[in-house]
Design a binder for this molecule. Structure first.
Ligand code: GLN
Ligand code: ZN
Length: 781
C-alpha cells in the first residue's frame, strides 16, 4: 500500500494573509473574530489544496498564530509562572503575551532575538526567548522549565481545528511535536535543574491528548522528533523507548518523524521504537535509507521524505521513484510519500510569480508544486508495482517535469566557465593577507591614528519612512535613477554630518540604499534571481523572501564603490566600506543543489573579493564584510563542523585578502554563541570583529579572552533591539568588564548591531551616551 501526506504546510498564506491579519489585530485595527476568521479560511484553503493534489491525509496541528512550540506550551499547560496569568484571562491573550512580551504603555514588543531581561520597567514582561529552529531560518519560542513546572492538557484549540478539518470529509492526520523534542528544545531556568526530569510528568499529558484524539476518530498522529538528528546526550536517547512505550497505550497510531539530518548512531533506536511508522528525511539523510529499510520492521509504515522541504528546486523524480520501489522490494508493506520536512520552510507556490527570471521559473517548486510532485510519484510507483508505466495525461506531466529537471541540469544559464576556472585554480596564497596580524596592526595604527577605544557603528542607520518611500518610488519608476541617487546622497550626507557631530571615530555611510543586506548584493550579481511573492515565515508575522541563487556567481561591475567613495569624500575620518560576506549571502538564499555549498560560497567569495579590491583602489581604508550567518551555517552534527568551518573561513579570507597590509578589514557577527567556534573565528583573520554582546552582559567575550583571541574586537555595548537609551554608567561598566578580558588596546566601542530598525531620536541619544562613556574611560587611561 502506498499513501501520501505532508508533515506540515506553510500557514502564513499565499499572500501573507495571516501576517496582515495578525498585525491589524495587534495594532487594534481588527477584532479577534476577524483574526479567527482569517485563520479559519486559511486552514480550510490549505487543507483543500492538500485534498486537491490528491494527498491521502490532510494534516491538522501545523497551524499556528505565531509558532508551533508556543502552541505546545499552551497545549501542554506549561506557560511559565513568571507571566502570572490570571485564570480568567483568555488563552489567546495569554498566548500573545508569551510570544510578544508586554510593556506597560506600548502594546507589545516584538524583537527578532528575544527581549532583554535587563533594564525592564517593573510592569514589563519580556517575551519568551526566541531561537533558530535547527539549521533553518525559522525561529521558535523557547519553553522555560524549572522544578515547579507542571503540565496539564489544554487540547481545546487543537480539537477545534480537528473539528474544522473533519467538515472536509477526508482522512486526517494530526501532527504534534514529540515529548522529547519539546523538552529538549526548552531551557532550564533553574541552575542545576535538568528538564529531562520533567519527562515522567509530561508523558501522561501527551498520553491523555493522544487518547482524546483517538476518541475523536483520529487514526494517525505524527510526532516530530527531529532531535534524533542531533548528537543527543545518552540519557535523552535512553528515554526514547520508555516514552514511546507509554504513549503506545493511547491506542492511536504514531508516526515518528525525523528530519533535517542523519539519525546516524540513533538509527537503530528510531527503527525499534514501539511506534507504527517512521518518517525519514531522504534529502538530508539519504545515506540512512539503506539501513532504515533494513532495520525497520516490514509491518511498520515507512514514510519517505523524498521531496525537498528545505529548497525550491523541482524534484528529479526518477531517483525518488527508485527509493520508493527499493522499499517495496525489501518487503515493506506500507510506504508513505512526503516532503522531507514540513513545507513551512518553502514559499506557498511559484507558478504565478511575476518576478522570477522566466528561464528559472519553470525549475522551481513551492509547497503547492511539491504536493503535485508527491502525487505524481505515488501514481508512478503504483503503476510500477503493477508492472505498468504511466500513460496518458500523467505520463505527459511526468515527462514535462523531467524535461525541465534535465533542462536545468544542462542549462548554459548555470555555467560561467570563467567563474569555474577561477575556482578550480585558487592560488595557495589567495586566502592569505601579505603579513601577519601584528605587522598589519602596526601599519594600520600608523595610518589611522585612532584614539584608544575607537568608536564606530555596525553600518545601517534608521530606515525612515522617507527612505523606504524613496526606494519604492524608484522601483515603480515614479522617480528616475538620477533623482533617486540624489536623494540617497542627501541621506548619506546627513548620516556623515550626524556622525561627525556626535563625535564617532570611524564612520559608515548608513546603508540607506539597501533594503536588505543580501538582496542588495544578489540583485547586482549574476547567478541570482528574485521572486515577487516567495515569502517564508521567519518568526511570528515576520517573513523573508530569500534570493534564489541558481547559477555561477559573477560580479559584472562594482556594487558599492560609488557610494563608499562619495561617503568618504565627505569626511576626513575613515568611512568603512560595507559589504555582506559570502557565507551570509549563501546562508540566507535558496541555493543551487547541483553543486556543493562550499563551491558556491567560494564563487560568492570571489565576487566580494573583487569588490574589496575595487574599494581599496577607490581609497577606502577600512572595509567591513558582515558575516552574521557564519555560525548558523554549522551542520547539526558536530562531526561535520570542521569541514564546514574550514571552507567557510576560507571563503571569508578569499573575499578579504586582496588588500594591502594597511587596509583594515572588519567583520561583524550578531546573535551568536562564539565560544565553541573561536578557532574558526580567529582563522577568518579579520583585523577587527564587532559582535553582539551587551545582552550577555559581556559574558560572551570571556571566551575570546580565554582563547587569547589575537585581533581587535568591538563588543556591542548596548542592545539595539529595544528603543531604550542606555545610561552612561551601564556602558562604562560593560567596557570596563570587556577590558578585564581583552587587552584594552585591542578594544573598540560600538552598538550590538545595525541601527536600521531604530528611530533617529533614540539613535542619537544612545550613540551620544556611548561616545560620552568612551570619553570618560579615555580620561582614566
Ligand atoms: N551592516 C549591517 C547593518 O548594520 C549588519 C546587519 C546584521 O548584522 N544583521 O545593518
Ligand atoms: Zn548584526
Amino acid at each position: 500500500m502506498i499513501k501520501t501526506h505532508t508533515l506540515g504546510f506553510p500557514r502564513i498564506g499565499e499572500n501573507r494573509e495571516l501576517k496582515f491579519a495578525l498585525e491589524d489585530y495587534w495594532r487594534g485595527d481588527a477584532s479577534e473574530e476577524s483574526l479567527q476568521a482569517t485563520a479559519s479560511t486559511l486552514r480550510l484553503k490549505h487543507w483543500k489544496a492538500q485534498i486537491d493534489s490528491g494527498l491521502d491525509f490532510i494534516t491538522v496541528g501545523d497551524f499556528s498564530f505565531y509558532d508551533q512550540m508556543a502552541d505546545h506550551i499552551q497545549l501542554l499547560g506549561c506557560e511559565p509562572q513568571r507571566f502570572a496569568f490570571a485564570n480568567e484571562q483568555a488563552p489567546l491573550q495569554r498566548y500573545f503575551t508569551m510570544v510578544r512580551g508586554k510593556a506597560e504603555n506600548h502594546g507589545g514588543c516584538n524583537h527578532a532575538h528575544g527581549s532583554s531581561a535587563h533594564g525592564l520597567h517593573p510592569q514589563e514582561t519580556h517575551a519568551l526567548e526566541m531561537t533558530k529552529w535547527f539549521d533553518t531560518n525559522y525561529h521558535y519560542m523557547v519553553p522555560e522549565f524549572n522544578a515547579s513546572t507542571q503540565f496539564k492538557a489544554h487540547a481545546g484549540n487543537l480539537l477545534a481545528q480537528l473539528e474544522q478539518a473533519k467538515t472536509l470529509n477526508h482522512p486526517v492526520k494530526v501532527s504534534l511535536i514529540g515529548p522529547l523534542t519539546f523538552l529538549f528544545l526548552g531551557k532550564s531556568k533553574q541552575a542545576g535543574f535538568d528538564q529531562l526530569d520533567l519527562l515522567d510528568q509530561l508523558l501522561p499529558v501527551y498520553g491523555q491528548i493522544l487518547s482524546t484524539l483517538k476518541l475523536q476518530g483520529v487514526e494517525w498522529v505524527q510526532l516530530d522528533e527531529p532531535i534524533l538528528g542531533l548528537d543527543l546526550p545518552g540519557p535523552w536517547l535512553a528515554a526514547y523507548e520508555r516514552s514511546y512505550l507509554q504513549l503506545k497505550t493511547s491506542g492511536v497510531k504514531i508516526l515518528l518523524a525525523t528530519y533535517f539530518s542523519s539519525t546516524q548512531g540513533h538509527t537503530s533506536i528510531a527503527c525499534k521504537l514501539p511506534v507504527d511508522g517512521l518518517h525519514v528525511d531522504c534529502v538530508r539523510a539519504e545515506e540512512d535509507l539503506p539501513l532504515i529499510i533494513d532495520w525497520l520492521p516490514n509491518y511498520k509504515v515507512l514514510s519517505l521524505g523524498i521531496v525537498d522541504g528545505r529548497n525550491i528546486w523541482k524534484t528529479d523524480l526518477n531517483p525518488a521513484l527508485q527509493h520508493i520501489l527499493k522499499a517495496f522490494d525489501a518487503g515493506k508493506g506500507e510506504v508513505w510519500i512526503a516532503p522531507s520536512c514540513s513545507l513551512l520552510h518553502v514559499p506557498y507556490r511559484f507558478s504565478n510569480d511575476t518576478r522570477v527570471n522566466l528561464q528559472v521559473l519553470p525549475w522551481l517548486a513551492g509547497a503547492i508544486e511539491k504536493l503535485e510532485e508527491i502525487e505524481l510519484l505515488k501514481q508512478a510507483a503504483k503503476n510500477q508495482l503493477q508492472g505498468k508505466s504511466l500513460t496518458g495525461a500523467l505520463a505527459n506531466i511526468w515527462n514535462t517535469h523531467q524535461d525541465l529537471v534535465k533542462q536545468r541540469r544542462n542549462s548554459p544559464l548555470l555555467n560561467n566557465p570563467e567563474v569555474k576556472a577561477r575556482i578550480s585554480s585558487i592560488a595557495p596564497t589567495a586566502d592569505q593577507r601579505h603579513s601577519e596580524f601584528a605587522v598589519r596592526q602596526q601599519l594600520q595604527r600608523e595610518r589611522f591614528n585612532l584614539p584608544a577605544y575607537p568608536t564606530t557603528t555596525i553600518g545601517s542607520f534608521p530606515q525612515t519612512r522617507n527612505i523606504r518611500n524613496l526606494r519604492a518610488r524608484f522601483r515603480t519608476g515614479e522617480i528616475d535613477e538620477a533623482t533617486y541617487w540624489q536623494h540617497i546622497s542627501q541621506e548619506i550626507r546627513q548620516a556623515i554630518d550626524f556622525q561627525e557631530r556626535i563625535g564617532l571615530d570611524v564612520l559608515v555611510h548608513g546603508e540607506a540604499e539597501r533594503n536588505d543586506m543580501v538582496e542588495y548584493f544578489g540583485e547586482q550579481l549574476e547567478g541570482f534571481t528574485f521572486s515577487a511573492n516567495g515569502w517564508v515565515q521567519s518568526y511570528g508575522s515576520r517573513c523573508v523572501k530569500p534570493p534564489i541563487l541558481f547559477g555561477d556567481v559573477a560580479r559584472p561591475k562594482p556594487m558599492t564603490v560609488d557610494v563608499a567613495a562619495f561617503a568618504q569624500s565627505l569626511s576626513e575620518k575613515p568611512v568603512k566600506g560595507m559589504l555582506t560576506g559570502p557565507v551570509t549571502i549563501l546562508q540566507w538564499s535558496f541555493v543551487r543543489n547541483d553543486q556543493a555549498r562550499a563551491t558556491t560560497a567560494l564563487q560568492i567569495a570571489y565576487a566580494i573579493r573583487d569588490e574589496v579590491a575595487d574599494l581599496e583602489q577607490a581609497g577606502i581604508g577600512m572595509i567591513q564584510i558582515d558575516e552574521p550567518a557564519y555560525r548558523e551555517g554549522l551542520p547539526l552534527r558536530k562531526a561535520r563542523w570542521n569541514d564546514y568551518l574550514e571552507w567557510a573561513s576560507k571563503a571569508f579570507r578569499i573575499s578579504a585578502s586582496p588588500v594591502r597590509d594597511d587596509t583594515q578589514i572588519h567583520t561583524h557577527m550578531c546573535y551568536s554563541e562564539f565560544n565553541d567556534i573561536l578557532p574558526a573565528i580567529a582563522a577568518m583573520d579579520a583585523d577587527v570583529i564587532t559582535i553582539e554582546t551587551s545582552r550577555s552582559d559581556m559574558e560572551l567575550l570571556r571566551g575570546f579572552g580565554e582563547f587569547d583571541y589575537p585581533n581587535e574586537i568591538g563588543p556591542g555595548v548596548y542592545d539595539i533591539h529595544s528603543p531604550r537609551v542606555p545610561k552612561q554608567a551601564e556602558i562604562v561598566r560593560l567596557i570596563r568588564k570587556a577590558a578585564q578580558v581583552i587587552p584594552p588596546e585591542n578594544l573598540w566601542v560600538n552598538p550590538d548591531c545595525g541601527l536600521k530598525t531604530r528611530g533617529w531620536e533614540e539613535t542619537e541619544a544612545a550613540l551620544t551616551v556611548m561616545v560620552k562613556a568612551t570619553e570618560q574611560l579615555r580620561c582614566e587611561l
